[in-house]
Every structure is written in structure tokens, then in C-alpha cells.
Write a protein that binds this ligand. Sequence first.
Ligand SMILES: Cc1cc2nc3c(=O)[nH]c(=O)nc-3n(C[C@H](O)[C@H](O)[C@H](O)COP(=O)(O)OP(=O)(O)OC[C@H]3O[C@@H](n4cnc5c(N)ncnc54)[C@H](O)[C@@H]3O)c2cc1C
Length: 416
Amino acid sequence: MNETTFSSTSSASSSYGAVVIGGGFYGARLASMLRRRGLRVLLVEREGSLLARASTRNQARVHNGYHYPRSILTSMRSRLNYRRFLDEYRDCVHTGFTHYYAIARGMSKVTARQFAEFCRRIEAPLAPAPSQIAKLFDTSRIEAVFEVEECAFDAGALAARMTRELADAGVDVLLETEAVSVTSTHGGVEVALRHSPDAARPSVHPSTHPPVSADLAFNCTYSRLNHVLTASSAEPIPAKHELTELALVEPPEELGGAAVTVMDGPFFSLMPYPSRGLYTLSHVRYTPHYNWHDRPNQPVVDVLTTRGATRFDHMVRDAMRYLPAMRGTRYVDSLWEVKTVMPRSEKDDSRPILLRRCAEHPALITVLGAKIDSVYDVEDALLAALDQRPVPPVPRPSPTDVRRLPDFDRRPAGRR
Ligand SMILES: Cc1cc2nc3c(=O)[nH]c(=O)nc-3n(C[C@H](O)[C@H](O)[C@H](O)COP(=O)(O)OP(=O)(O)OC[C@H]3O[C@@H](n4cnc5c(N)ncnc54)[C@H](O)[C@@H]3O)c2cc1C
């Protein structure tokens, strides 16, 4: 299908070519992409600003493949998307630090030799860390330390840039507005809206908005993807959620501003968090405070970001066993967020994208990506799907299989 036939057919003010639900990085990018294709686009966000949730409250790592030695496909995709992200968002990345990956001796799922071989296979730059860095680690617990090429993004700069780009592109944006549910109409959808129940400011809008209609709707709500689906009487997508805590810290002076990631198991990472001029300390064991699952035929649990008692002490005490200099880390604050992953990621540590047409409402498409850079995979797949319109009736994919998407072409762009 070409751009002309894909455009919105109605000129009524409440009718759009596409409504994008969720103004995180994924929703903002998708809204901008659809607008560039000539559609009239509405972006609806329940918070008071864009990219206020997971797209800001994260570790800020621009993944360059190193993190996934157990999923070569995810690593290869990360390598490709790393370049794309850096080329496009050079003004939103922070490269002024050195990043070291340390391989633990016990409990690690890879050895130093395997890690080096894996980096060679994915052609990721790797060098032994300088001796003044390597000697900071406890060699009885750390087998080897490598210098890698992996930077951090500045979530504040990214949010400002996306806000600007959406305004320039002419995307209509409704903040402090929640998309409650979606119903199918002849040839499209109607999206019910209301003033966000947890908006920080008192309501300046009426508590309900008139519904908007659109040819297509995109559910880009990340941890709340199943709230939209179940409220729309659609089957939820199996997903695991974790309430996570990233400690915001001042790093120890001995590290000279470097980032450290210990692989591959229940260890820690220390990463710059440029938008606050601090670092995040995270720990595979202590960052998730608790978890829950969305499953078919079960009510969806409603956990908004809750704060708990910080586990910084646990994180830093364990980190000191591998890197004694971590003793000098100073706690400042914590970032709390719900992290959502596909159940498959738990088995092989892969980070597949989810792009799924709703069986009950064919004009509603749910999008989920486990990393910032995977937005490129989503866009490639979506563009291919849109260009092949009209899309044949959608066979219902098996609920746990996010790889087989018969209605979307997910081949890499260059191979189409
Ligand atoms: C602790 C943690 C660490 C992470 N570390 C990294 C990392 O280092 N590198 C990396 O690449 N990725 C990382 N990620 C993953 C990354 O943050 C996500 O993949 C990415 O932010 C997802 O973007 P999104 O736009 O889908 O989600 P979000 O940014 O959460 O956007 C979804 C938006 O939808 C809105 N919304 C929800 N429901 C509704 C509704 N009904 N109506 C209107 N709006 C609604 C929300 O308010 C939110 O703004 C991490 C995630 C977490 C939680």
C-alpha cells in the first residue's frame, strides 16, 4: 500500500490516520514516522511530558552487543542499531567515558575466553583493560577485564529532541491524557480518552474527552500494554513485569569516571546517567524488587510506580566483593520503574521485539521493545507491513511466540 491510500480518509477534527497511545521513545518515534508518511497523527500520553517513564528511568546504555553473549541475534542487531542510533542522536549521547566489562570467575555464564570469542564473532571492539584499571578488581573473583566501546544516552536531551521533532512534524500531542480502551469501527478504531487519573497537576481538562477515531491505533504503552488490551476486551499478551530500582550515585573517584559492567550473571553495573550528572548502580539480584505476570484469562495487575526501601546497601556491598573501590560510591537517589519483558527473554537472554496486530481489533497494533535501539527493528518491520497493505486476515499468533508474525515482514531491511 502506498502513502496516498494509507492516509486518513476523514477530515473531521477527531478523526486521524493513526492514534499512537503512549509517548515514550517508541510512541514518539512511531508518531513522527507515520506523520512523515503523510498521516494525520495523534499521540496520547498519560504523563505531563513525553518520555517520562521507562524511556527516562533506565540505565541509559546504548547497547553495542556486549551484553548478550547468550543471544547472538540480539547482539548482532544491537551492533547494527548502535551505529544507527549514534548517527541519528549524536547530540543525545555521552561518549566521554571509558567502559569496562569484567568477567566474573564464579557463577558467570561465560568465561573470559568465550566472551572474547563472542566479541570477535560479532566484530565488537575489545581490548584488555590497562593494568591500573585491572588491578582495582579482586582477581580471585574476576577473571579478566576488557575495555569496550559502548556509550550512554542522555534521556533528558532525547525527550527534548523528540518533543521538538513532534511539534515540527505537526503531530497532535495530548498530554495528561489516558487512552482507556479501543473499539473497532467500520474500517478503523475509536479510542476512548480521559484525563489521566495520576496526572501531577489538578485537572485542567474535563475528566473525559470525546473519543477519537482513526484508521489505525498503536499501543506503545510498554508496562501498561495489557491494560489497554484488556479494557478493550482483547486477549492480554503474556508478559513479565518487575518493579525495578536503579540507585543514582556519585561514583568512586578511583574509577576516573569509567563505567563498569560485570558479566554474565547475578552481578552489577555502574553506568553514567547523563541527564542528572550522576551514575546508576544496578544489580541483577537487587534491582528487581518483585515481579508479576500478565497471563491470558487473568486480571491485569495495576502497579504504578511505587517506591520501596532502597536496596543500595545490598548492591554496593556485593559490588565491593568484585571491585573494592566501590566502597567510595555515594548514594543520592533512586529511579523506580516497571520493567516489562517477554517471557522468552528469560530463557535465552534475547531481547525480541513485539509487533502484534490485535485479533479482536485488527486496526490496533501493539508494539514493545526491550531496548531503546530496538525501535529501529520495530520501524523496519512496521514499514514493511504497511507497504504490503492490504494486509490479509490475521491468523492469531501463538501467545508466547513473538518470533513468528505472519502478517509482518521482519526480514532485515537490506534483504527485502
Ligand atoms: C530499569 C530499566 C533499565 C533499562 N535499561 C536500559 C538500557 O540501559 N538501555 C536500553 O536501551 N534500554 C533499557 N531499558 C529498556 C527501555 O527503557 C525500554 O525498552 C524503552 O524505554 C521502552 O520505550 P517505550 O516508549 O516502549 O516505553 P515508555 O517510555 O515507558 O513509554 C510508554 C508510555 O506510555 C504511557 N502510557 C501508558 N499507558 C497509557 C495509556 N493508557 N494512555 C496514554 N499513555 C499511556 C506511559 O506514561 C509512558 O510514557 C531499561 C528499562 C528499565 C525499566
